[in-house]
Design a protein around this ligand. Structure first.
Ligand code: GTP
Length: 371
């Protein structure tokens, strides 16, 4: 991933990567389909590069360039490792992550021609947000390209203060974990406009007033319940968090608000370059420095040990020579996990908005046991 990672700081044209995350049913896939078709409908069209990272999805309502299901058969993984659905999804994602440097290579090749790269993540949000693979993929992408998180929220289901609060706390945890530019996407505004959410975010007294009038927030003696007090305090904490976010309301069904979403994405590119990139470069330089120090130290110790060894066994030292012929041997022990870039299938510009059936062609793959 070295090549790709060093490119984030270079001045050549780079697409911005949109990582879509959201609770199951929030409308991620419909949202990705909508932003995909919005970009196709631009004049001139701006087809994005689309990656599906959900191995268990039965169909995706958009054409993908790279689909994890082409690489890993999640049902086969479940069978071979005797796993349940969540373990199967996680293991499939782990296997795919081992090849993610190749994915980045493919995206890099498209840098000049593509403006947006879209990642659709597994429906079980925690599989991506709290797994090592999710973190590796996010870090690898973010250190290679300007990246933004689009956190898709089911607005009608967040209209009670308690569900709104828990959704915001989850968003907060992802923001602090990734530290990436973050857009709250209030989806399904055709069913419920998101004004209440904006009001609650801008004015915590409005949130507290809503909380006070909501049923179940007072006990039998009319005193605020523990949950009520907790949410009251949390709303003050979250006030700081809201300052770091952009919030847009969209309807993935009607297309309403998608233009605002892209305005927020474009603004996030600046934020990435101003805030995230310098921090990333600082962290990278510090890591390289400490790695180099460790390497130098180990090398010094090794050389000292060798000198002592050679002094003790001069005959053995004569045999201990590097043989360049050994270099010729193929030491490629990579897993047999192949990526398919579907960019040349019905692409570019030939956008087909269809529901694709699941592919099941990899039944014979013999998956190695994960470490
Ligand atoms: N009314 C309305 N319904 C929507 C909208 N976006 C998505 N939906 C519906 O919400 C449901 C869930 O949408 P999906 O796109 O499958 O949600 P998802 O987050 O990808 O779901 P998972 O695959 O479980 O992760 C579907 O029935 C969609 O038709 C919207 O903007 N308005």
């Amino acid at each position: 991933m070295e090549n790709a990672s060093s490119s984030a700081s270079s001045s050549k044209k780079q697409p911005i990567v949109i990582i879509t995350i959201g609770m199951a049913g929030a409308g991620k896939s419909t949202f990705v389909q909508r932003i995909n078709s919005y970009l196709h409908a631009q004049d001139p069209p701006k087809p994005p590069y689309v990656l599906n990272l959900d191995p268990a999805v039965t169909h995706v309502p958009f054409e993908t360039n790279i689909d994890i299901r082409d690489t890993v058969n999640y049902q086969e993984v479940m069978k071979q490792y005797n796993l349940g659905p969540n373990g199967g999804i996680l293991t499939a994602l782990n296997l795919f992550t081992t090849k993610f440097d190749q994915v980045l290579g493919l995206v890099e090749k498209r840098s000049e021609t593509v403006d947006y790269v879209i990642l659709d993540t597994p429906g079980q949000i925690e599989i991506f947000t709290w797994s090592a693979s999710g973190a590796i993929i996010t870090d690898a992408v973010a250190s290679s390209f300007p990246t933004v998180i689009a956190y898709v929220i089911d607005t009608p289901r967040s209209s009670s203060p308690a569900t709104f609060m828990s959704n915001m706390l989850y968003a907060c945890s992802i923001l602090y974990k990734t530290k990436l530019p973050f857009i709250l996407v209030f989806n399904k505004t055709d069913v419920q406009p998101h004004n209440f959410a904006l009001e609650w975010m801008q004015d915590f007294e409005a949130f507290q007033a809503a909380l006070a009038t909501h049923s179940g927030t007072r006990d039998s003696e009319g005193e605020p319940t523990y949950m009520n007090s907790l949410m009251n305090s949390m709303s003050l904490v979250l006030d700081e968090f809201y300052k770091h976010l952009k919030a847009v309301g969209v309807s993935s069904m009607t297309g309403d608000g998608i233009r605002d979403f892209f305005a927020a994405v474009d603004a996030s590119r600046e934020e990435y370059e101003k805030d995230y990139l310098p921090e990333l470069e600082r962290a990278r330089a510090a890591r390289d420095q400490s790695l180099q120090a460790v390497k130098d130290d180990s090398l010094n110790r090794l050389m000292k040990d060798l000198e002592v060894d050679r002094a003790k066994n001069p005959d053995a030292a004569k045999l201990d020579r590097w043989d360049p012929a050994e270099e010729e041997e193929d030491d490629d022990d990579d897993l047999d996990v192949n990526l398919i870039d579907r960019s040349d299938d019905a692409w570019p510009g030939n956008y087909v908005d269809i529901t694709r059936a699941r592919r099941n062609g990899e039944e014979d793959i013999n998956w190695p046991r994960p470490a």
